[in-house]
Design a protein around this ligand. Structure first.
Ligand code: T3D
Length: 258
């Protein structure tokens, strides 16, 4: 069904693998549209309770495929509006956790893609490079939104203006990734983390994601009201009943995502 990505579902986890390993999984317009389609499918599928984004081969993603364009007349703004932005917006509005499994280099829009995920696990072989400036471009695909919010404006400007590569350990030190995992253990650790997320109360996780991102733009009073609104929904879920019942019965809860 897809040509540039792999899409597999197993035990509540949808795994989207960027699959152009000979090009370091660089984005083509087709790949961007396919990722967006797969995200929409995972969003709608009630079986799916966690989404993993990763790359095949050595790289996570090297950003835009620089060999895709020929000639001088490139409509960058148009490509970004029609291919990149819908993918990032879909990620933002997907009310399920999205885990970036950064298996190797993440450069340019590939780094932005990782930043637009909710949680980032990095192999110790991963390298991050904002890279846009190295070819005279500016960060896109949400890089100017997520990067300063995740690492602070000072570090974000340094990474964007220098274009320098940083190691997975340095990315962890500045709070850009949540965990660094030895490469030999990476796949198993990603699956374990994804499986844990897929077995948590999915509706509450969706509400947490929405409220946290909204909270970035709201004052305290608005945030308090939004928390009350969200809690009224969460408090009416089957998972809330199961969570409290399991607590009282002193057993592990079995959440269904309903
Ligand atoms: O409208 C629009 O479309 C604008 C949107 C822009 C979004 C962007 O993402 S702009 C930024 C584009 N990306 C880059 O500028 C990164 C370019 N790549 C690199 O800087 C380096 O390749 C890496 C830091 C990613 C990795 O370095 P290294 O030393 O580990 O590997 P390498 O040898 O440079 O690359 C390995 C192969 O992947 C190589 O192919 P080969 O020679 O073995 O056949 C290389 O050409 C290919 N590759 C890497 N990045 C890209 C790529 N091929 C096409 N496009 C790439 N972006």
């Amino acid at each position: 069904m897809y040509e540039t990505i792999l899409y597999e579902i197993s035990e509540g986890v949808a795994r989207i693998t960027l699959n152009r390993p000979d090009k370091y999984n660089a984005f083509t317009q087709k790949m961007l549209l396919e990722i967006t389609e797969a995200l929409k499918a995972a969003s709608k599928d009630s079986v799916v309770r966690c989404i993993v984004l990763t790359g095949s081969g050595k790289a996570f993603n090297a950003g835009q495929d620089l060999t895709e364009y020929g000639g001088d007349d490139i409509d960058f703004g148009g490509v970004i509006r029609t291919c990149y932005n819908p993918m990032v917006i879909q990620m933002h509005h997907t009310e399920k956790p999205i885990l970036a499994a950064v298996n190797g280099v993440a450069a340019g829009a590939g780094m932005s893609l990782a930043l637009a995920c909710d949680i980032r696990l990095a192999s110790d072989k991963a390298v991050f490079a904002n890279a846009f400036v190295n070819i005279g471009l500016v960060p896109d695909s949400g890089g100017c939104y997520y990067l300063p919010r995740i690492v602070g404006i000072g570090k974000a400007l340094e990474l964007a203006m220098s274009g320098d590569k940083i190691s997975a350990q340095e990315a962890y030190r500045i709070g850009m990734v949540n965990q660094v995992i030895p490469s030999a253990e990476f796949d198993a650790a990603v699956m374990a983390y994804a499986s844990k997320l897929a077995n948590l109360p999915t509706k509450a996780i969706g509400l947490i994601k929405r409220a946290m991102y909204k909270g970035l733009h709201m004052c305290l009073e608005e945030t308090l009201e939004y928390e009350a609104f969200s809690q009224a929904i969460a408090g009416n879920t089957e998972d809330f009943k199961e969570g409290t019942t399991a607590f009282i019965e002193k057993r592990a809860p079995k959440f269904t995502g309903k």
